[in-house]
Design a binder for this molecule. Structure first.
Ligand code: AP5
Length: 274
């Protein structure tokens, strides 16, 4: 069982890309946020517990989240693998995922970080529309408009906006959820499985870079893992990502860019648009 983890700030394009990658690789797209929203819609006991966290832009506690994903990955359609979107989001979740996959005879084959700057994240979340039938059908007012306004191109269903895409909740999600995300990036850097791609390109270009990262797992050119390589990025400490939401508020242009096509290996620092 080979699992790929998509890591990125709210609005980075995880859901959009996970749906496309899932189709390309023939494995399910497993999104913790979608599973929570489905529980809320069905008014399950879990849905009632998690609603208040989601409404205020906070993370749902780890134990509830880990159970949910563990159940989902144990289902038959995930035997070969899955694309995880939105999980893990904290270091304990990442550790729990490794334990879960040990039991399921699987592993995290790659962690793929989609790097997008804060202004763009806000623009994306504010203009997002989702199909009311399948959350895999994601649209945007300008970047990916539906052919007919308000209707899904795939199944003609009405398009909705998410409650947590209100401006104040977007702000809370960015402030509360990015610090633990940096720890997840460090966790996968240390394991030598993290690749980073520029998320500020067209959707299809991001997909190609992600496919490239999957085909060529993260490694240093001399065979060492990124964690062993001098200059390997430490996200939690440095906050050197483009989202600019490091706890200390530091936004640092690092200058170097990914050379040529394909994802950045960890340790390659890139400056996002400011
Ligand atoms: P979740 O549903 O996971 O939300 P999120 O991480 O905030 O991410 P989003 O779904 O908002 O964004 P995305 O990165 O998928 O972007 P998308 O592809 O839609 O989680 C919701 C809540 O559940 C959390 O806040 C938390 O409370 C809870 N939760 C979930 N998982 C949890 C966990 N593991 N632990 C604890 N709590 C958890 O794209 C956004 C928009 O941009 C779209 O309109 C799209 O069309 C557009 N777009 C995409 N790519 C591009 C591009 N390249 N160029 C231009 N536009 C683009």
């Amino acid at each position: 069982m080979r699992v790929y983890v998509l890591v990125g700030a709210p609005g980075a394009g995880k859901g959009t890309q996970a749906a496309l990658l899932g189709k390309r690789l023939g494995v399910p797209h497993v999104a913790s946020g979608d599973l929570f929203r489905d529980n809320i819609k069905r008014e399950t006991a879990l849905g009632k517990k998690v609603k208040s966290y989601i409404d205020r832009g906070a993370l749902v506690p780890d134990d509830m989240t880990v159970h949910l994903i563990s159940d989902r990955l144990s289902q038959k359609d995930a035997t070969e693998g899955a694309i995880l979107d939105g999980f893990p989001r904290t270091r304990p979740q990442a550790q729990a995922l490794d334990k879960m996959l040990d039991r399921l005879d699987g592993r995290v084959a790659g962690a793929l970080y989609i790097d997008v700057d804060r202004e763009e994240l806000i623009r994306r979340l504010s203009g997002r529309w989702l199909c009311s039938v399948s959350s895999d059908h994601v649209y945007h007012d300008t970047a990916r408009p539906p052919k007919k306004p308000g209707k899904c191109d795939v199944d003609g269903a009405a398009l909705d906006q998410r409650d947590d895409d209100k401006p104040e909740t977007i702000r809370a999600r960015l402030e509360l959820q990015l610090p633990p995300m940096y720890e997840v990036l460090d966790y996968y850097t240390d394991r030598g499985v993290l690749s980073a791609v520029r998320g500020d390109q067209h959707i299809a270009e991001v997909t190609e870079e992600l496919m490239h990262a999957i085909a060529q797992p993260a490694h240093a050119s001399d065979g060492r893992t990124p964690a062993e390589t001098p200059g390997a990025e430490r996200f939690a400490r440095s906050g050197r990502t483009s989202d600019g939401c490091h706890p200390g508020g530091r936004r640092e242009a690092t200058g170097s860019r990914v050379a040529g096509r394909g994802p950045a290996k960890v340790g390659v620092r890139r400056g996002g648009r400011r």
